[in-house]
Design a protein around this ligand. Sequence first.
Ligand code: COA
Length: 260
Amino acid sequence: MSDFETLSLEHDNGISTVTFRRPDKLNAINGQVLTELHEAAEQLAERDGLQTVLLEGQGRAFIAGADIGAMAEMSPEEGEALCKKGHETMDAIEAIPAPVIAAVDGFALGGGLEVAVACDLIYASGRASFGVPEVTLGIIPGFGGTQRLARVVGWQRARELVLTGDNIDAEQADAIGLTCDVFEVDVFEKRVRDVADTIASRAPLAIRAAKRVMRDGRDLPLDEGLEREREAFGDLFDTEDRVEGMEAFEARRDPDFEGR
Ligand code: COA
């Protein structure tokens, strides 16, 4: 366990779990949550042997957005500062070298959806719902939602969500490609854990390279993205795991990867 107050950070071999723990406020994000989430992301980025990260919320929400009570009295300068702090925190999640999975078993609204789209993969339970309701409050998404959401679901769907402020259920989210899959509530935890275990069983350096190249390539012209791919592809030929993976294939046995 950790010394954080609004979330917990737990480690189980190569899989770390961040759990948002303000269930009475549906895990709404105030300044302290942002500070602690940023700190947790930085700790994870430095963690040796990290293979996968799970983000989840305690209770009936993943995160129901930025804390509206805390925003109610803010000046424009304070609003902009909150936005900047949100951007830096979402950037810190993206910068974690291992894949990060958002396990959404409840509300992922506003800042909650923005945290989810800063992750590499999103899985939903049947009771999940998603939305960016900021325009119902007289503001716009401010933790990257006007930018990252479109990079996941395309501009048309992102505009529809942002401009209507309407929520969608898990099935609708899956239909627009926001989520990788929807699992029944009673098996949700296990099914998401299975995905984390699968990723953790693959060659760690290859997983990190794949995450990095795809994350960087998202915002690059194709030729520059392909250059990143070439470099990473070549570098992996220099790893023991590449030798092990190919030898294991030839010998028809499971590979034993060391992350070297
Ligand atoms: N900020 C601050 N507090 C929030 C919150 C948020 N974004 N979302 C929920 N809460 C709090 C509620 O104020 C309530 O606190 P209280 O018991 O002290 O009054 C508690 O969490 C439970 O929420 P409640 O609204 O009673 O639950 P519900 O099941 O009736 O509704 C939602 C759930 C998610 C539909 C509703 O809480 C909601 O619309 N939240 C705001 C979503 C939003 O606009 N997010 C974007 C913010 S930028």
